[in-house]
Design a protein around this ligand. Structure first.
Ligand code: ATP
Length: 239
């Protein structure tokens, strides 16, 4: 049974339909990506999956219909969204931002400290900058902090909106390497990206979204060699 199942979902802003009859699945332990151009409806899809905007259709977690659940309940079920703008607390230290990630956990200080240690192992740079204000970090470090803070919540499903946005190619590569390594923690990931090549290299399964609709889907390793996608999304095959 899929961890997340989105079935025939539509999202509208007034009369404008941003997401039209989209269905997709994230199986447990998988990294699934939705690629597509600016304005395709990818952010709207994530935002409705976490319950922040209404939709028609059905959203299920482990087979349970959660379409009518509010965001707080979905977070309690283990959903976590890292938004495109990262939304850190700029005036607070790296350490306090990380601690805030664990605010809804009920499993005690030792377990939370263990997660903190795991975050430090994955992002040694955050450990070096623990007392620094989040607002003084570089773009790449801010994305690391956003990911670290999300991991502090011990999510079952991590939803990432454009983690590479505004980052230099070298840092982007590092971020995607870290995202791929999160499989080891048993976290499932729904990754929204305009950087199609990096996303498909990282994911197990991919969906291509255009003007509100899914137009292609398949194993990421197959999509990356699909001539229909290479010319449109993958820069003619060059890296
Ligand atoms: P981007 O990469 O720019 O975030 P996206 O693929 O994530 O693009 P969405 O942000 O979901 O796409 O936008 C899909 C469509 O819905 C666009 O036409 C956008 O203008 C419109 N839209 C998004 N948010 C709103 C809103 N709050 N009110 C009205 N229209 C919106």
């Amino acid at each position: 049974m899929a961890l997340l199942s989105i079935e025939d979902v539509c999202v509208s802003y007034g009369k404008a339909e941003a997401v039209r009859h989209v269905s997709l699945k994230v199986e447990r332990g998988q990294i699934v990506t939705v690629i597509g151009p600016n304005g395709a409806g990818k952010t709207s899809l994530l935002t409705t999956a976490i319950g922040m905007i209404p939709s028609t259709g059905v959203i299920k977690c482990d087979g349970q219909d959660i379409t009518r659940l509010d965001t707080e309940s979905r977070v309690e079920m283990g959903f976590c969204l890292v938004p495109e703008r990262r939304e850190l607390f700029a005036e607070m230290s790296v350490h306090d931002n990380l601690r805030l990630g664990a605010y809804s956990r009920r499993d005690g200080k030792a377990a939370i400290q263990q997660s903190m240690d795991e975050v430090f192992a994955r992002f040694p740079r955050l450990k070096e900058r623990l007392s620094q204000h989040a607002g003084t970090l570089s773009g790449g470090e801010r994305q690391m902090l956003a990911l670290g803070r999300a991991l502090m919540a011990k999510p079952k499903l991590l939803m990432l909106d454009e983690p590479s946005l505004g980052l230099a190619p070298l840092i982007t590569r590092e971020i995607f390497r870290i995202i791929a390594s999160l499989r080891e923690l048993g976290v499932s990931i729904l990754l929204i990206e305009q950087n199609a090549r990096a996303a498909l290299e990282t994911a197990d399964f991919g969906y291509v979204m255009e003007v509100g609709e899914i137009v292609h889907s398949g194993p990421a390793a197959t999509l990356i060699d699909d001539p229909r996608l290479i010319s449109t999304y993958l820069g003619g095959g060059a890296d």
